[in-house]
Design a protein around this ligand. Structure first.
Ligand SMILES: *Cc1c(COP(=O)(O)O)cnc(C)c1O
Length: 496
């Protein structure tokens, strides 16, 4: 198995190279040269395995340059009950008739990003060894709130790495900010930028692909890599929980072998839902992939019209991890849907960079509408949905998950589709206590940890220990910089 670049199909690298490098030199994203197929029988049999062993099985199809022992070292290091508060790792919870919540937030930072970022440091350090470089890896992260903390937690004090995280000054929740600014570890740096997530992500991508910067780094014995979902090592682990969920539904006799399911994903950078698409292409029976957005509904419009237009107002919402107007991973999907047409991708993404807009061909539009449905909702509807779910099913969900529930309800009303449906639940409600409490209609004081206690009272959910302990933790990082100064900050922190 080899990996190509979405902007140059001639590129041909191993998975270790793709993961170590993070992004292709031409600015494209690495994609597998072909998708491995899983038979229904193989998927069914996965039901009898632990999550780590399910992951081992799927990874062995993608990381063909890794030995079995190397993959086992990675999955066992990541998917265990020291890191996750449930043996199932990804917990499947029945919400209502034929509808399940796939709770992906039982890891150390309480968001789905842990599913990939607990294993990425293992994959990355193994990859770096395999490609035979003695350079130290500098991980650059742009975060809309959850990736930053999950990456910091995964990479803190990992030998041979350092990690620098940029977050939008006013674009993250109080708990997300507290999580990042109090991070410990000798190899970590955190910095706020004056701008939004797109600014942070564009800044990181530009630094990454600038040859002069790369050379300066190499001269100092360093190389960049990425912990954002532009890195294949972030995406591959996300495929696993969709395959695992299908195996689990069979095992629990909730579906027949081969019966299709819908997957609903609250979407920002298009990584999580793309992993669902890959799972489908590998053989998981999926009917529709339903893409749910908040008021930043650029993807809804794109899926419905084939026109991607980021020239619109950027909204700061109560689901901040989805406040994104440039969804990086769409590039991978369009590469596949256009028949791996790298020239076409260069044209569309060139236009996106220049004019902020592109329109895909009729063939791609057709393929999009066959695989995907899309919808969005605003903050008021998100809150109303949190309340409705809480009142009807005694289930407390976070603001991002609520967007997905609302979009799914709308979809079901419009189509009458009663296919068994899995909704990706992407964060613990405790990361957004203030918004969740206000949605349910409970008064709370200003202090974030009073809100946490209040939420525990009404939700009856245990407070994650990793969040409770932040209360008395000192802030280590409080710098805010202009988005133009990101490179300066990086070099200063690295002592170059
Ligand atoms: C990152 C994130 C999302 C969006 O996921 P993408 O893979 O970027 O589409 C949704 N919800 C939460 C809680 C997140 O942290």
């Amino acid at each position: 198995m080899y990996y190509k670049s979405t902007r140059n199909s001639e590129v041909n690298v191993t998975s270790a190279q793709a993961i170590a490098q993070g992004i292709s030199e031409d600015g494209g994203l690495f994609v597998p040269s072909e998708l491995p197929r899983l038979t229904l029988d193989e998927i069914k049999q996965m039901g009898d395995l632990s999550y780590a062993d399910r992951a081992l099985f799927v990874f062995s199809k993608f990381l063909t340059d890794f030995t079995g022992a190397e993959i086992k070292y990675c999955v066992d290091g990541a998917y265990n009950t020291k890191n996750f508060d449930t043996e199932n790792i990804a917990e499947l919870s029945h919400l209502f008739d034929g509808t399940y919540m796939l709770e992906l937030w039982h890891g150390p930072t309480c968001a789905f990003k842990d599913m990939a970022l607990q294993i990425l440091p293992y994959l990355l350090t193994t990859s770096v060894k395999k490609i035979g470089t003695d350079k130290k890896v500098v991980i650059l992260v742009a975060t809309s709130g959850d990736t930053g903390k999950a990456a910091l937690e995964g990479f803190k004090d990992v030998e041979g790495t350092s990690i620098l995280v940029f977050y939008p000054e006013d674009g993250v929740s109080a708990m997300q900010k507290k999580q990042m600014t109090t991070q410990d570890g000798a190899n970590v740096g955190v910095c706020a930028i004056k701008g939004n997530f797109d600014d942070a992500q564009n800044g990181v991508k530009a630094i990454f692909t600038d040859p002069a910067t790369g050379k300066e780094l190499a001269d100092n014995g360093l190389m960049f890599s990425s912990a954002n979902s532009i890195n294949w090592g972030r995406l591959a682990p996300q495929i696993i929980y969709y395959v695992s969920t299908y195996a689990q539904l069979i095992k629990e006799q909730q579906i027949d072998v081969g019966e299709p399911i819908n997957i609903v994903v609250p979407t920002g950078n298009f990584g999580n839902i793309l992993a669902g698409y890959y799972a489908k292409k590998m053989g998981v029976p999926v009917n529709k992939l339903i893409c749910a957005s908040n008021a930043n509904n650029v993807l809804t419009d794109f899926i419905n019209t084939g026109v991607y237009d980021r020239n619109r107002a950027f909204h700061t919402t109560i689901s901040p991890s989805m406040d994104i107007l440039i969804s990086s991973n769409l590039e991978r999907l369009l590469y596949h849907l256009s028949g791996e047409n790298d020239a076409q991708i260069r044209e569309w993404f060139g236009a996106l960079a220049k004019e902020g807009r592109y329109e895909v061909s009729d063939d791609v539009k057709k393929a999009l509408s066959e695989e995907f449905c899309a919808g969005f909702c605003d903050d008021e509807q998100t809150k109303a949905t949190i309340k409705e779910i809480y009142d009807k099913y005694s289930y407390t969900c976070d603001t991002h998950t609520a967007v997905a529930v609302k979009v799914y309800e709308d979809y079901k009303k419009a189509t009458g589709d009663d296919t068994v449906t899995v909704i990706a639940s992407t964060a613990s409600p405790y990361k957004f206590s203030g918004s969740v409490l206000s949605a349910i209609g409970v008064e709370a004081g200003e202090d974030e940890f009073d809100k946490v206690d209040k939420l525990a009272e009404v939700s009856k959910l245990p407070i994650p220990a990793s969040l409770a302990e932040l209360k008395d933790k000192a802030v280590r990082f409080n710098e805010t910089i202009d988005k133009a100064d990101m490179k300066k900050f990086i070099f200063k922190t690295l002592g170059i």
